[in-house]
Structure formats: C-alpha cells, structure tokens
Ligand binder design. Structure first.
Ligand code: SF4
Length: 350
C-alpha cells in the first residue's frame, strides 16, 4: 500500500490511513474515507477498487451457522462458512476453486480442480464475512470473526504463495490482527510444504489423517502414496518446533465400517504416541453418491473413548448447519460439477 501511495506521488503514511478505513472500519468506497486527502482520494478513485467475491447464495441455519456461496467469476463458485460459538466466531474459508487431490470422501474433490484463488480472493472472504456480519447485526462490539480455519474448498498448501500472503494479511496488526494461534491451516499432508510453512508463516496446523495406516489412507487420502504416515509424522514434529501451539490437530472423518472400528482406534494410539496431538472426530456429512455413510453415534462415542483412555484429547465435531449442506464442497457441488466426476462414480456404482 505504501508503494502504491508513493507510486502516485503521495506520502507513504497514507497507506496506514487507507488500511484503517478498509480493514478496521470496513469502508469500501473511497469517497467515504473522510480524513484521506482529496488528491489521494482522487488517485484511489481512478486507480483502485476494493473488490471482494460476490455473494451468490446466503444460507442461515437454525443453529446460527451461516454459509455463503461466492462467485469468483467465470461461473466459478467457492464456499465459506461462519460458525458462531459462545466465546468465538470461526470462519472457514476456501483456498481453491475445487481441488486436485481427490480424497474419496470429499465433495470438493468430486468437482475436480479449476484454479487457485488469489491472495485477494482468500483475504476477501474474511473481509466480506466480517463486513456482512457487522452490517447485519449491529450488536457486535468487535469483529465477529475471532478464528479462521483454512478448511474450505481446496488444499491450501498447493496454493502456497497466495496462501502465505493471505495469512500474513490475517496476522498484520494494520489489517485483521489475528493471533497465529487462532489461524489454522488444514492440510491433507503435503510434507515439503509443511516444512516451508514452518519457516515462512507458522500458524496452527491441522492434518487430515482419516486413517490409522497407510493401506487405508492410500485409498481415502491418495496423497498418502507420495507422503506416507511416517514422513507426515516427522514433518509434524518438525513443525511443532516453530508452531504457535504445542500440538497438531488430527482431523478424522468417521466413515461407517471403513475407519471406525475399535481396533483402528487402537492403531491410531500408536500414531498419537509419536507426536503431540489432539484428535477431532468429524461425523461424515453424506452427499449424493458419496459411497460412504456416517458412523453411528454409539460407534463414534466408543472410538473416542478408546483414544481418551490412552490420554489423547479427543473431541467430536458438533454437526452444524445440517439443514444447509455445510460439509465442504456440497453447496458449490450442487451448482457446478466441473468434471462430471459424480456422474462417472455413480455409473461405476450402478
Ligand atoms: S479433503 Fe481437502 S485435500 Fe482432500 S479433496 Fe477435499 S478439499 Fe481436497
């Protein structure tokens, strides 16, 4: 921003004024930025614009979960979800249109990959959600979003450069000023990029584990063939040396009869003994032709107990926004199945 101001012959301190208007006051029209010098405003009006993805669908669930489908041009849609809780508000945002990685239980993977989001499109989601929530509910004293999770559509670490730039903007005190602990990158386990993130911008890390051994993980999370569990655990241990939290969160989707037996829970304990971690069990949110069912509540409870008995902190993700298809990729999938992968899989099942 300072460079931008200087380029057009204005003082660099104007940049901070501008950032304050955009990121603290959520003003997007330059002519409303009253204390900005007239000549700088003229430059802004002729040379710049504050642009965010456009809201295509806005769903509010009975439990307060809010899900937006956003238009990022050329018939491409992405999703973001706001999950309000007592003391925090978490925004789940997307990093790509679709995804290249084809995890078999994932609605986004089914849509194939279209393109990476720019850092502006990633950060634009956070700006837009804060702006929308603040303007819809004047009762918020502060920004409604306290936590960000990069768990929406896409594998963030395959869009590395834009991701890191967006993370830096989330952390910057002149912009969103979030703490590193409250920003989480979720990855399916790209080992070299985990090492890079450790050096470039260590934030909280969540890893989509989903299986207790390579044999099953190769099927559910195919990137495992390239970076198997042993290599992944080593990368997690290296990451923790610089991470803002002293543990890794392992995400584990509960798939009935696939990865939810008590023996599999016991196998997981062996993994958990190799790296400081917590487990987050995620009841599978079925989507058409997924080929998977969610584990029964009883199974999930027993699975959790096995881990807890081994002193592993384990939570079960509350199912939120069931009435609005809040599982990642579901809403966009209804709108746009780029690869027709769902149809091919259905044909294979039939
Ligand atoms: S789970 Fe994540 S990495 Fe795997 S296909 Fe879905 S979006 Fe991509």
């Amino acid at each position: 921003m300072a460079e931008f101001a200087c380029k057009f012959g204005h003082k660099s301190y104007r940049a901070n004024q501008l950032l304050r208007w955009i990121y603290k006051d959520y003003v997007s029209h330059f002519d409303e930025m009253s204390d900005i010098a007239k000549d700088f405003r003229q430059t802004l009006l002729s040379q710049a614009a504050v642009v965010t993805p456009e809201i295509k669908v806005d769903h509010l669930s009975d439990d307060g979960t809010r899900k937006w489908l956003l238009d990022v041009g050329a018939s491409n849609s992405i999703e973001m979800v706001f999950i309000p809780e007592d003391k925090r508000g978490t925004l789940c945002i997307s990093s790509q249109v679709g995804c290249t990685l084809e995890c078999t239980f994932c609605a986004t993977g089914r849509q194939g990959f279209n393109r990476n989001l720019s850092s502006g499109e990633i950060i634009g989601q956070l700006w837009l959600a804060n702006h929308k929530l603040l303007s819809d509910n004047q009762n918020y004293n502060e920004k409604p979003i306290t936590n960000v999770v990069m768990m929406g559509m896409g594998e963030p670490l395959t869009n590395y450069k834009n991701l890191v730039h967006a993370l830096e903007m989330m952390l910057d005190d002149h912009m969103f000023g979030l703490s590193r602990r409250r920003v989480t990158v979720s990855t399916s386990g790209l080992v070299p990029a985990i090492d890079d993130l450790r050096e470039d911008c260590p934030v909280s890390l969540a890893v989509s584990l989903h299986a207790p051994n390579d044999l099953l993980r190769n099927v559910l999370v195919p990137i495992n063939k390239k970076y198997p569990i042993k290599a992944l655990i080593s990368a997690c241990n290296r990451y923790i040396e610089k991470a803002p939290r002293d543990f890794i969160t392992f995400e584990y989707v509960m798939l009935s009869g696939v990865n939810d037996s008590l023996d599999q829970a016991k196998e997981l304990i062996k993994i958990a003994q190799q790296v400081p971690c917590k487990f987050n069990l995620i009841p599978f949110n079925p989507f058409p032709n997924s080929g998977y069912l969610c584990s029964a509540n009883k199974e999930i409870k027993q699975f959790k107990q096995v881990l807890m008995d081994a002193n592993i902190i384990t939570t079960v993700r509350k199912t939120r926004g069931d009435d609005i298809d809040a599982a990642c990729g579901q809403l966009a999938g209804q709108v746009n199945d780029k690869t027709k992968r769902t149809l091919k899989l259905k044909a294979a099942h039939d």
